[in-house]
Each structure stands twice: as C-alpha cells, then as structure tokens.
Design a protein around this ligand. Structure first.
Ligand SMILES: [Zn+2]
Length: 361
C-alpha cells in the first residue's frame, strides 16, 4: 500500500477502559477522530492501542547476543502478535538500527543487564563488583531509553539458594545516579530477600517479583513500585527446579514454592494497588509473540479482564510515557474480530495489526 493511504477503523474503538468510540482514522501514520476527505481502506472490529510487552529481549537468545537477522525475526514475531511497543529488559546486542525500521515495533531499551560475576546467565550481563555499580548504571542509563536493568538476585552457589546480588549502600547510590540521569531502574528478582533493600533504595520496578510477601507488598504499594510478573516464564520454574535438584536442593525447593504461590502473589499485589504490567520475558529461553498468553495468565491469577487488558494497553503505555489512541498520536493499533473485554483470549488472534498507520499483512 502507498504511504498516504487512509485507514478507517470502525466498530468499537477502545480509547480507554471507559472510553469507547465508534471510529477513528489513520492519516499519514497518525490517528485522527475527524473524518478526512477522500477514500479510505475500511477495517472493522474491536480496536486497542498497540499492545505493550513490558519485559522482552530483542537481540538475545539462550546463548547470548544474536545476529541482526535473528533479532529482526524476534521483533517481527512480537509485531505479528500485536505487541507494537516493547520494553527491552536487557540485551547485549546493539539493536538501535530497529528504530529506523518503519515495519518493526518500537523499543524502549534498558541497555545491557548488570549482574555480579557468575551470578547470572552466561554472556548476558556486564558482570561487575558492587564498587563499579554506579559507573555501569550511569553508562547503561546513557545507552538505553530511560531504563536500567539490574539482576537483583540469583543463585549463590556457595549458599545453594537464591541470594541478593547487591549491598544496600551501593545499589542506593546506583539508583540515585540513574535517576539523576533521567532513567528509571528495574531489577530481576525471584526471591524474597532483595526486595526491601531495592525498594528502600528507590527502585522503580521489579521483574518477576515472585518473592513478594505480606511484608513487602505494602512497601511496594506505598512507593508505587511496579511489577512485571512474566507468568509465562514463571511457568518454567518446576522444569528449572528439576534440572538443579541434585546439585542445589535448597534452591530447587525454593523455586517450587515461588511457583506454587505465583498466582496468589500476583493477585495480592494487584489487590494492594501495586501497578502490574504485562511482560513475557521473550528472548532468553522463551519464544517471542506470547503477549496474549501472558494477559490470559494474569486473568488466571485473578486480575479482572479489563485490568489485564489495561496492563498491556492504556496503563502500560502511560507508564512508559507513550500515547495510546489519541488525536495526533502515532497510528499503532490492533483490531480484533471479537471483544477482548469479554474474553482476553481474543488477543491471541489479531484481525489486523496497524503499525505507523499501515496494515501489516
Ligand atoms: Zn528477562
């Protein structure tokens, strides 16, 4: 199709959870609610803002960085699933070239993971000692798009269990440095023990957050610290636990406990008012394109359908500082044949994906 084709999206346009309109148009890649002159290509159904996958890795697979062709395939898979805004939660690859590609989703980067030596998956992170944390956080804050990613806990082989990665003082100084540079900080945390220190140090978000308890949930709620549970990833914990059973039985049992209570944890966090967002953790060992499954997982945890939708659309976009279906906003939207409010499983089958005002095949 030509650059200047006009789209007319009709049916139910879900501008907000309570704001439903009959139609919008896409003109020159932008949204308008005012009917333009001339012909338009019609698209009918339930329209949502382009979905957000708030924890995704482009340019990474289970072994580390991948080539550009593989990264492109990952981004296309997310796009075709309707995920048009990705928060990349850490990648060792330079994927800046994706920003020049009109046919690929938009990415909000967190730079490269920062971890302690041998305390994360090989080839993923800058592996550094706490004394260097401020410097590395500053570097990744400048390199990313407003986020920095820490590995907040991981198995400590000497302890034989998950253990916090960073002393409180160093992580506090590092988070302050990120904030000074205008970046927010998030951390990978599976266990309980790192959470209080990170929140008291001023962290903005925690990934996975399976270790939230009645002690830390009120703290997160009070400070407005968001979580991205990645339940499609947490589903793999029993498998990981099986693999580590012999060498690290304590770790293995811990992972099984965190898995067993995952839905209760997410539901308790949501009920306490903690902002919860949709993230799949695609790109490590998980496939891309799982955004719909993660929304469904949140509803299984007991989050109401409209809130689970908000966690990948309106609320997620506003959290990342990106517009939704607003006059003049970039025309990134997904149209479904069925009402996703009635059954979020409708998200698994986008009828049309519209990126920068163009219908993607
Ligand atoms: Zn991840």
């Amino acid at each position: 199709m030509s650059d200047h084709e006009v789209l007319h999206v009709r049916g139910r346009v879900l501008v907000g959870p309570e704001d439903v309109r009959d139609e919008l148009w896409c003109v020159d890649g932008r949204i308008t609610f005012e009917r333009p002159a001339g012909e338009a290509l019609e698209v009918t159904g339930w329209a949502l803002p382009g979905l957000v996958d708030a924890h995704c890795h482009v340019g990474l697979d289970r072994h580390g960085p991948v080539d550009a062709a593989t990264a492109e395939k990952q981004a296309l898979t997310d796009r075709d699933a309707g995920a048009l805004l990705l928060r990349d939660a850490g990648s060792p690859s330079d994927t800046r070239w994706i920003d020049d590609r009109e046919d690929l989703p938009r990415i909000v980067r967190a730079g490269r993971h920062i971890a302690r030596p041998r305390r994360y998956i090989r080839n993923y992170a800058h592996e550094i000692e706490p004394a260097d944390l401020v410097e590395y956080v500053g570097r990744e804050a400048r390199r990313g798009d407003g986020w920095v990613k820490l590995v907040g806990d991981w198995i400590d082989r000497e302890v034989g269990d998950l253990a916090p990665s960073w002393p409180r003082a160093e992580v506090g100084a590092a988070i302050a440095e990120a904030h000074r540079l205008g970046a927010r900080v998030t951390a990978h945390c599976f266990a309980e023990d790192s959470l209080r220190d990170l929140v008291e140090a001023g962290i903005d978000c925690v990934e996975h957050a399976t270790g939230l308890t009645e002690d830390t949930i009120p703290l997160f709620a009070e400070r407005g610290v968001a979580i991205v549970p990645t339940l499609v990833n947490i589903a793999t914990f029993p498998h990981l636990a099986d693999g580590g059973e012999e060498k690290f039985p304590r770790w293995s049992a811990h992972m099984r406990r965190l898995h067993a209570r995952r839905y209760d944890t997410v539901r308790a966090a949501f009920d306490a008012g903690i902002p919860v967002f949709v993230g799949t953790d695609a790109g490590g060992s998980l496939a891309h394109g799982l955004v719909a499954q993660e929304v469904e997982e949140l509803t299984k945890a007991g989050i109401p359908a409209l809130d689970a939708l908000a966690a990948t659309t309106w609320r997620a976009r506003s959290w990342l500082g990106r517009p939704g279906l607003e006059e003049g906003a970039p025309a990134d939207l997904v149209v479904y044949a069925e009402d996703p409010r009635a059954d979020v499983r409708a998200l698994a089958a986008p009828h049309r994906v519209v990126l920068r005002g163009r219908v993607i095949a």
